[in-house]
Design a protein around this ligand. Structure first.
Ligand SMILES: NC(=O)c1ccc[n+]([C@@H]2O[C@H](COP(=O)([O-])OP(=O)(O)OC[C@H]3O[C@@H](n4cnc5c(N)ncnc54)[C@H](OP(=O)(O)O)[C@@H]3O)[C@@H](O)[C@H]2O)c1
Length: 367
């Protein structure tokens, strides 16, 4: 099952809004007979890939039947039992003559929810479930969150100096982290459905927010911009044909400006009251409705602050560069209101600390 999880992880960024799934067929001594994973959205599921790998390895059907007598199919997620983009995996498993199946996690999707296991059992297959369930839940946390709450999984990423600044007192932030760290950011971006920045960052940095090199996804670039101030000449607008740009505005955004941006290909949505700011929760709900599974907020301090204050952040990616910016007027990563006492604040769990070039990359999930 551990190997099946490892295989499943290769689908990260490629299969969403589907879950990542891995499958391994092994004999009673845990010798590998076949393995596969769900490689891309719309493509064959893990079980089908593992079973076809089994056929490739053992071409003689007599040999296969003999091997199956003592084999178990380890699959990280319950086999599906419905016709979606591909036929049901439960039928493929039954048809192949598998006798034993170990399922990691029961698929909570309403169209499966135990139905796949029931079908297997009805066909006389010995099925157990729950092996390594926690690790599978962790790997599929974004998928599970979207299913449970309708909200995407929110990552935050920033680069800061050793004295905790994401920009100097003049607003300059180029470049705090090293080139290798920035390459890592592009890898991260490449598996996101959207990259989000605040109007302040759009104004001061004129960012491009595209993925350098080819990632598995082309994230939509989102700007949180109550009054639709995004420059018509910004890099974002000029590259709207390369990757979509979505502007989240308030009802009070000037209609003429909104029309100009729309005419240039920017999608503008109203997710905030006339007298206030963009409602981040409303925006998250809208992006969730679009089946966006992973979002990356890239700044700046005010937007990070609002996201933390609203409890929206699930995972953090922080690059710390061995530099000092100083200045009480420098931008700190997380603005907003914050907490009054340290125990009230969020905490990273299961953090990974990695040296990347001269920088330190800290990542983890929030609790
Ligand atoms: N080092 C890094 O990793 C990094 C990353 C990104 C940015 N930066 C730096 O950060 C600085 C910009 O940060 P910033 O704090 O000034 O601006 P910001 O967070 O990028 O943008 C804040 C603006 O977003 C708009 N907004 C609308 N609704 C909001 C809501 N619900 N919550 C929060 N903001 C909302 C507001 O403008 P409206 O009222 O006009 O809508 C607000 O002023 C720049 O100097 C940039 O270089 C550094």
């Amino acid at each position: 099952m551990r190997y099946a999880i490892e295989l499943a992880a290769r689908g990260l960024g490629r299969v969403e809004p589907n879950p990542t799934v891995g499958a391994v067929l092994a004999d009673e001594h845990l010798n590998l007979l076949g393995a596969g994973y769900h490689e891309r959205f719309g493509g064959p599921h893990a079980e089908v890939n593992a079973l076809s790998d089994f056929v490739d390895r053992f071409e003689d059907s007599g040999v296969r039947q003999e091997l199956l007598a003592n084999a178990t199919l380890y699959v990280t997620l319950e086999p599906c039992c419905h016709y979606g983009k591909t036929p049901p995996c439960s039928e493929a498993v039954i048809g192949a003559g598998v006798r034993r199946v170990s399922v990691g996690l029961i698929d909570p999707s309403p169209h499966v929810a135990g139905g796949g296991i029931q079908q297997l059992k009805k066909a006389g297959i010995d099925v157990s479930s729950g092996l390594a369930e926690e690790a599978i839940r962790e790997l599929n946390a974004p998928f599970l969150k979207l299913l449970r709450t309708g909200l995407p999984w929110v990552h935050v990423k920033w680069a800061m100096t050793l004295d905790g600044k994401i920009a100097t007192r003049t607003g300059a932030s180029k470049w705090i982290s090293s080139e290798v760290s920035r390459q890592r950011v592009h890898l991260l971006r490449g598996r996101m459905d959207a990259i989000i920045v605040g109007a302040g960052t759009a104004r001061s940095d004129d960012p491009l927010l595209t993925v350098r090199g080819l990632g598995p996804r082309t994230p939509t670039r989102v700007v949180i911009d109550s009054k639709a101030t995004l420059s018509l000449d910004s890099q974002l607008v000029r590259t709207v044909d390369d990757a979509p740009v979505l502007l989240a505005v308030c009802e009070s955004a000037p209609a003429e400006r909104v029309d100009q941006l729309r005419a240039l290909g920017v999608e503008v949505i109203v997710v905030g009251p006339a007298d206030g700011r963009v409602d981040l929760m409303m925006l998250m709900q809208e992006l969730g409705r679009r089946s966006m599974t992973n979002l990356l907020i890239e700044g700046g301090g005010e937007l990070f602050g609002a996201a933390f204050d609203d409890g929206l952040v699930d995972e953090a990616h922080i690059f710390v560069a061995p530099k000092f910016a100083g200045g009480a007027g420098g931008v700190t990563p997380v603005g907003g209101v914050g907490v009054a006492l340290i125990p009230e604040g969020s905490q990273l769990q299961g953090q990974v600390v990695e040296q990347v070039g001269d920088d330190v990359y800290i990542r983890g999930r929030l609790r």
